[in-house]
Ligand binder design. Structure first.
Ligand code: UDP
Ligand code: MN
Length: 419
């Protein structure tokens, strides 16, 4: 760790005041306008502030491998506030043993001002790459991973503050078993006050059939089985922004679906893929990282917020959910007619990796997800006397015509519904 005097030198060279002052909130402006959090409050708080240690007391008793390999920390951002971006990096430099940081890779996803990123390379370990076109967080993370030199990748959002000893327990779990993909407990940085608030540790990631992420309490049985509060929690899905993964494992598993745009859905794709193709997902209670949770996205979605979320989740459903995708479509009928690009590559990835079925995932990883009884989508024929409603494929059209014609009897299938 650099000495106190070295730190002072480093900060002087970087000139924090100049970096922050150039783009400060001005009296009269709406402090929420640019970033959807309170910019004024964020700027009042030191980039160097301490945060409360929110870990369970027992975490102090744990010992971690001493020879953990250094990790590449990857932070992608698009028009992040300078104050939060700097605080993210400084919290990492303050609360991570230096020998565990291979590098901090900032991927500037075509922010309006290239200096937001460039000026930060004066800080120790920090590298900056900039997209010359907006790519969205998935392609930006792939880009960061591509230049990473560490044996593990650690992804963070651009408005985080890491807590005491956050990294060691994560790297330790991955070192023991490289197929584990591990997350910290995500504490809450309040978007109005920037207070750092402890969040419940006995939560895991869950979702519904519309592929909407939600935190879930552990069931009473799961809680009863947890004798040790420091024990990792297996989770069906990760929130997506903050996790550690072995780099070779990340590459082997197919990185990310690079056709996903801007934001959203990639955590489903990655979570299904990790579980179904031989890995596991864990939340590590003794690792804590604060994150500013917002109510809306401050940035533009060029194809619209909903369209983008649907494209990304539809790709996930089509590649990974097998026949269960019908429940996704039942929950999001709008998705049926939306374009979602080509998925050949991802289907062959799944085939080559010989991954388990979605049914396997539901049975073994997420049995709590109940299967709807009355889905909007039902199988069967619609019949009028001798005739059935049949589809007729139209040239160059995804949606076929319907017409009444003699019933085509499919072996073993009886007409269920009659008109
Ligand atoms: N991000 C990005 N490119 C984009 C959209 C988002 O690099 O086109 C970054 C963003 O700056 C943040 C991370 O991806 O660091 C996650 O986005 P955000 O914080 O808006 O998502 P949330 O945490 O609200 O789910
Ligand atoms: Mn975020």
């Amino acid at each position: 760790q650099p000495s106190e005097a070295d730190w002072d030198d480093l900060w002087e060279q970087f000139d924090e005041r100049r970096y922050l002052n150039a783009k400060k909130w001005r009296v009269g402006d709406d402090p929420y306008k640019l970033y959807a959090f309170n910019q004024r409050e964020s700027e009042r708080i030191s980039s160097n502030r301490a945060v409360p240690d929110t870990r369970h007391l027992r975490c102090n008793l744990l010992v971690y491998c001493t020879d953990l390999p250094p990790t590449s920390i990857i932070i992608t951002f698009h028009n992040e506030a300078r104050s939060t971006l700097l605080r993210t990096i400084r919290s990492v430099l303050n609360r991570t043993p230096m020998h565990l940081i291979q590098e901090i890779i900032l991927v500037d996803d075509f922010s309006s001002d290239p200096d937001d990123c460039k000026l930060l390379i004066k800080l120790p370990k920090v590298k900056c790459v900039r997209n010359n076109e907006r790519q969205g967080l998935v392609r930006s993370r792939i880009q960061g991973a591509g230049i990473a030199q560490g044996t593990t990748l650690t992804f963070l959002d651009s408005h985080c503050e890491v807590n005491r000893d956050w990294l060691q327990p994560l790297l330790h779990r991955v070192k023991e078993d490289y197929t584990r993909v591990v997350c910290p407990v995500i504490d809450i940085i309040n978007l109005d006050t920037f207070n750092y608030i402890e969040s419940a540790s006995e939560l895991r990631g869950g979702f519904d059939w519309s592929l909407h992420f939600q935190w879930e309490q552990l069931s009473p049985e799961q809680k009863a089985r947890r004798l040790d509060p420091t024990e990792p929690i297996r989770t069906p899905i990760i929130a997506g922004g903050l996790f550690v993964i072995d780099k070779a494992w990340f590459d082997y598993l197919g990185k990310y679906d690079s056709e996903m745009d801007i934001w959203g859905g990639e955590n489903f794709e990655m979570s299904f893929r990790v579980w179904m193709c031989g890995g596991s997902l864990e939340i590590i209670p003794c690792s804590r990282v604060g994150h500013v949770f917002r109510k809306k996205h401050p940035y533009i979605f060029p194809d619209g917020n909903t369209n983008t979320y649907i494209k990304n989740t539809k790709r996930t459903a089509e590649v990974w959910m097998d026949e269960y995708k019908q429940y996704y479509y039942a929950a999001r009928p709008f998705a049926l007619e939306r374009p979602f690009g080509n998925i050949e590559n991802r289907l062959s990835l799944r085939k080559n990796l010989q991954c388990e079925s979605f049914q396997w995932y539901l049975k073994n990883v997420y049995p709590e997800l109940s299967i709807p009884k009355d889905s909007l989508i039902q199988k069967g024929n619609i019949r009028q006397r001798q005739k059935c409603l049949e589809t007729q494929k139209r040239k160059n059209q995804e949606i076929p015509n319907l017409k009444l014609s003699p019933c085509i009897k499919i072996k073993g299938e009886e007409a269920k519904s009659q008109v």
